[in-house]
Design a binder for this molecule. Structure first.
Ligand code: ZN
Length: 336
């Protein structure tokens, strides 16, 4: 496959939350992502599907949630994506360290392949990482982002899946999906996707034969989607993966992209999603995320849906956290 036909990076990651309000609180208020789309789960229309990302919800920046209030809490473990890593400027490690601590969350700091890492959990226990880089690909800044521009998240850095072994998944990632194994550190194997100028072009696998299996539910990742450029390249992937014996679904229209799904060896649900058409298909850039958008099939029951969905409370940004360092002031000034 030519580079333009390749899997270029992560498209989005979808997780399960127990509360709509908590996702706003953590991902918009604390992390400064933009809620770019309020819609419903197309397979379960009385549940929200909330998309957070950069100003446009560009592929490689999108973290999405199904808030299922009645679902028991899950536990990250093998057969799942067990950590979601965002890229931040390396000079902002201290800012983020203080910001996360100011929310009362416990955090750990460490290093991975030479980069500094902050690890914490969201309110449901979903593991989130902030990885400091000096060579960050650009993402589109959001003018009402609560984070000063210099410090803002620049999309995904990577995602980590935990599996009992590396062999079978490596055959898929390298053999069929065209990723390149790049680095290894202990039981962690890093695979690189084709567009190194794009956010989220890294996928890590931790091979741990003793790790307990994941339990799906609140605070766990539901699936990970990788990017493809067009409907044509998606069809090529569908046929290539089927020829390799993978059970790949038909193409499903998700309105903002089109998707195919299959189970990867070890159990992680993979999706391959098209870059187009994107989130501005039904809202202007300025209005993204401000209104509940429904696919055509659910418009006739909009009133019912709106009645049953919890209201989305948008609230304070800084949580009493005020950073007064010179670098932050400079960042804030340059962000306006
Ligand atoms: Zn998806």
């Amino acid at each position: 496959m030519h580079t333009k036909d390749a899997i270029t990076g992560i498209h989005h990651i979808t997780a399960v939350a127990s509360s709509t309000a908590e996702t706003i609180d953590v991902y918009e208020n604390v992390l400064g992502l933009r809620l770019v789309k309020q819609t419903v789960n197309f397979d379960d229309p009385f549940t929200y599907h909330l998309y957070y990302g950069d100003a446009l919800g560009a592929p490689g920046t999108i973290l999405t949630f199904f808030p299922w209030a009645d679902l028991p809490q899950g536990k990250p473990g093998t057969g799942m994506v067990t950590a979601i890593a965002f890229a931040i400027p390396r000079a902002s490690m201290d800012f983020w360290n203080r910001r996360i601590k100011a929310t009362g969350r416990a955090l750990k700091t460490g290093e991975r392949f030479g980069d500094p890492v902050i690890t914490f959990s969201d309110t449901d226990g979903l593991p989130i990482e902030l990885i400091g880089r000096v060579d960050l690909p650009p993402t589109t800044g959001w003018d009402r982002c609560p984070i000063p521009g210099d410090h803002a998240i620049r999309g995904f850095h990577s995602a980590t899946a935990t599996l009992h072994g590396i062999k079978d998944i490596q055959a898929l990632l390298e053999g069929e999906m065209g990723m390149r194994r790049q680095l290894q550190e202990g039981a962690r194997y890093r695979f690189m996707m084709a567009d190194q100028a794009a956010p989220g072009h890294l996928f890590d696998v931790v091979a741990d034969p003793a790790a307990p299996p994941g339990k799906p539910g609140g605070g766990t990742v539901h699936h990970i989607a990788f990017r493809t450029a067009s409907d044509e390249t998606q069809a090529q992937w569908q046929s290539k993966l089927r020829q390799a014996g993978r059970h790949v679904t038909e193409v499903r229209d998700r309105k903002y992209f089109r998707s195919i799904y299959f189970n990867s060896p070890g159990g992680v649900l993979f999706e391959i999603a098209t870059d187009p058409p994107g989130f501005t298909i039904d809202e202007s850039v300025e209005d993204l995320g401000t209104t509940l958008m429904l696919p055509d099939q659910y418009e006739p029951i909009r009133t019912d849906i709106e009645k049953r969905l919890p209201s989305l409370q948008r609230n304070a940004f800084y949580h009493g956290f005020e950073d007064t360092s010179a670098s932050t002031k400079a960042g804030r000034a340059s962000a306006t």
